[in-house]
Design a protein around this ligand. Structure first.
Ligand SMILES: NC(=O)c1ccc[n+]([C@@H]2O[C@H](COP(=O)([O-])OP(=O)(O)OC[C@H]3O[C@@H](n4cnc5c(N)ncnc54)[C@H](OP(=O)(O)O)[C@@H]3O)[C@@H](O)[C@H]2O)c1
Length: 257
């Protein structure tokens, strides 16, 4: 996909790799709708990134508000893809955007701890945010993408925890393993509509994600490097799909003191 002039949704844009994804997409000329709950952080980002960044204060777990935002922002008015199409109901004729070209399902949370210490609330919140909210936003965007004449792309941010189970991260593992399965099914289901689906499995990246988990260290990956990989994945030719990709620090352990 040639990115200049395209429209992207990035969930979790207020910090970490979501911020870096937004910056990198805008550097390529994309319009980015950046979703998150912290409006102050989104506004700071808008001040930095300029008019190509639209801050959208939304809790992705609030399905009614997410649905309303999608309906008010996009209208499926462009050419229909074969085979067939699915509709969202009445298109919003006043919207300047027919469909996002790119959906980055990035927002996510982690609560770690022994299985007998993980609370129901922590488990539910991870499954909701990392998995159910991804399904719910995706099911609103896919009908728009199906009616988009050109190739579109959904990118889901999982984790190496979506590939390998480990002690004390069972709930996070379950949510990210689920996201992997969802992504693989979508890739096979949506390819005939020229909707690409990619699942990214990063190892440790230096972000606020580790604020409650021991902090970052210099051997973690940098968000900007992960964003460069995202751009590469998006810019591949239309008939070329990177469906899954694992990103790791070469030396993952903290440097010796
Ligand atoms: N850092 C790593 O090592 C690592 C490794 C592998 C995978 N990942 C994944 O990468 C993704 C991004 O994480 P990060 O490292 O960039 O961490 P981060 O800096 O903590 O960012 C998480 C983002 O998700 C947003 N978010 C969380 N819950 C939300 C909700 N209910 N509604 C809307 N937005 C919500 C947060 O925004 P608000 O708080 O403003 O809502 C924030 O922008 C996550 O899916 C994470 O699981 C991270």
């Amino acid at each position: 996909m040639q990115l200049n002039g395209k429209t992207a949704i990035v969930t979790g844009a207020s910090s970490g790799i979501g911020t870096e994804f937004s910056r990198a997409l805008i550097a390529k000329g994309c319009h980015v709708f950046g979703l998150a709950r912290r409006g102050d952080r989104l506004q700071q980002l808008a001040d930095r990134l300029g008019e190509l960044f639209t801050p959208v204060i939304l809790d992705i777990n609030d399905y009614e508000k997410v649905e309303k935002w999608v309906r008010n922002t996009f209208s499926a008015s462009s050419g229909t893809k074969s085979p067939g199409s699915a509709g969202l109901g009445s298109p919003n004729a006043s919207s300047p955007y027919s469909s996002p070209d790119i959906l980055i399902n990035n927002a996510g949370i982690g609560a770690f701890g022994a299985v007998d210490e993980l609370s129901h609330e922590q488990w539910d919140m991870m499954i909701q945010t990392n998995l159910t909210a991804v399904f719910r936003l995706t099911r609103l965007i896919v009908p728009l993408m199906k009616q988009h004449a050109a190739t579109t792309h959904i990118v889901n941010i999982a984790s190496v925890a979506g590939l390998i189970g480990n002690p004390n991260i069972s709930g996070y593992n379950a949510s990210k393993f689920g996201l992997r399965g969802f992504s693989e099914a979508l890739f096979k289901e949506l390819r005939e509509y020229r909707i690409k689906v990619t699942c990214i499995f990063p190892g440790s990246i230096a972000t606020e994600f580790f604020d409650d988990h021991g902090g970052t260290h210099p051997n973690m990956m940098q968000g900007s490097d992960v964003a460069n990989t995202l751009i590469h994945i998006l810019e591949t030719p239309d008939n070329f799909l990177i469906d899954e990709i694992t990103l790791r620090p070469l030396i993952p352990k903290p440097p010796a003191k």
